[in-house]
Design a protein around this ligand. Structure first.
Ligand SMILES: NC(=O)c1ccc[n+]([C@@H]2O[C@H](COP(=O)([O-])OP(=O)(O)OC[C@H]3O[C@@H](n4cnc5c(N)ncnc54)[C@H](OP(=O)(O)O)[C@@H]3O)[C@@H](O)[C@H]2O)c1
Length: 316
């Protein structure tokens, strides 16, 4: 697989990265439980054998960090591992004193132990919202870099405001954002600005947690405008003779708005499809042009936190 510059950090990584929340927690529209440890480790090795050199994990992803550590601890060709420190708990409530060095350092030391490593390649503030209001947090993150415990630091973000706020912080080197064929709102200004600043850009949400898959047919009526837009994309993929997942992934991978694109899956077959997409090259220009007309009427629905807490039946 082709490797790309990771901003101006001096790092290089594969164009496709692997997300691993699905290995640690029930996630996405399916809310499927993760497979057993052996299957998770096989999947991590399958990704690296297929050329993936960027793995996304987080302290908040259940057993994900531990499994990544089991798969790659002492491995001769260890991929770049990007983990995160959480400022909120699983219920979304702020952890006590999230900006305090003790909290960040305790999380980092747990990550080091679980990942079986002496230093973290990339550490991000997880779902940073108003995180950059806290000078103490920035000082602690940069301190970890200066001490050699962390290679580079940054933030993962949702929405439009949080990434814009994050880019105001000059020491930030990595920014993770949501970007997909239905949600291109950051491509005009924010992502070009990040590139100009030399910040490494990680794109996620390629399938909008499964909306851009057959699961769109199971969305509740309150999400109808999202399902309609996903149907339009599916029609364009049919007309182009491509599967919906290939089209959605190639659109983001070769968009040139980011550096690495991460996709999570707990299924070997889906990972194989994603690996194949990563070497298939850009979509034909007429397909990209057709996709540019697809709009989601209710843009609130582009943010998964606005989705109804309604179980969506699994198709598996
Ligand atoms: N704030 C943050 O830092 C943050 C937030 C969210 C996610 N992430 C990271 O990003 C990764 C991806 O999460 P995301 O929200 O961006 O989800 P996504 O990639 O938009 O969608 C992931 C879901 O798509 C499905 N999928 C994957 N490959 C597929 C294929 N070839 N065909 C059909 N369906 C496929 C899988 O669901 P099924 O297996 O059920 O089909 C998977 O759970 C996570 O693993 C995590 O590492 C980070």
């Amino acid at each position: 697989m082709e490797t790309v510059d990771f901003g101006t950090t001096g790092l290089r990584c594969s164009r496709l990265g692997l997300g691993t929340v699905e290995l640690g927690l029930p996630y996405g529209l399916s809310k499927e439980s993760p497979p057993d440890d052996a299957a998770c480790i096989r999947l991590l090795h399958q990704a690296v054998d297929g050329g993936v050199t960027y793995i996304d994990t987080a302290a908040a992803y259940g057993r994900s960090e531990e499994l990544v550590g089991l798969a790659f601890g002492g491995h001769p060709s260890r991929p770049l591992i990007a983990t995160k420190v959480a400022l909120r708990d699983a219920a979304g409530d702020p952890v006590a004193a999230p900006d305090q060095p003790e909290h960040v350092r305790a999380s980092v030391h747990r990550s080091l132990r679980l990942l079986q490593t002496d230093n973290l390649d990339i550490l991000q503030i997880h779902s940073a919202a108003d995180a950059f209001l806290h000078d103490e947090l920035v000082t602690t993150m940069q301190g970890l870099v200066d001490e050699g415990i962390v290679g580079i630091w940054g933030a993962s973000t949702y929405g439009l405001e949080a990434p814009a706020d994050a880019l105001e912080e000059a020491k930030l080197r990595v920014l993770q954002v949501a970007y997909n064929v239905l949600d291109r709102r950051l491509e005009e200004e924010l992502l070009p600005k990040a590139r100009r600043q030399g910040v490494a850009i990680v794109l996620r949400s390629v399938f909008l947690q499964g909306v851009l898959s057959d699961r769109r047919r199971q969305l509740p009526s309150s999400m109808a405008s999202l399902a309609r837009a996903a149907d339009e994309v599916a029609l364009i993929s049919d007309q182009a003779g491509l599967s919906l997942s290939q089209l959605a992934l190639r659109y983001v991978l070769f968009s040139d708005v980011g550096n690495v694109t991460i996709v999570g899956t707990a299924h070997a077959q889906e990972l194989a499809q994603n690996l194949a997409a990563s070497t298939a090259g850009p979509l034909p220009s007429d397909v990209v042009a057709a996709l540019s007309h697809v709009e989601v009427e209710d843009s609130e629905l582009l943010h998964p936190s606005s989705w109804p807490e309604q179980p969506i039946p699994s198709t598996r």
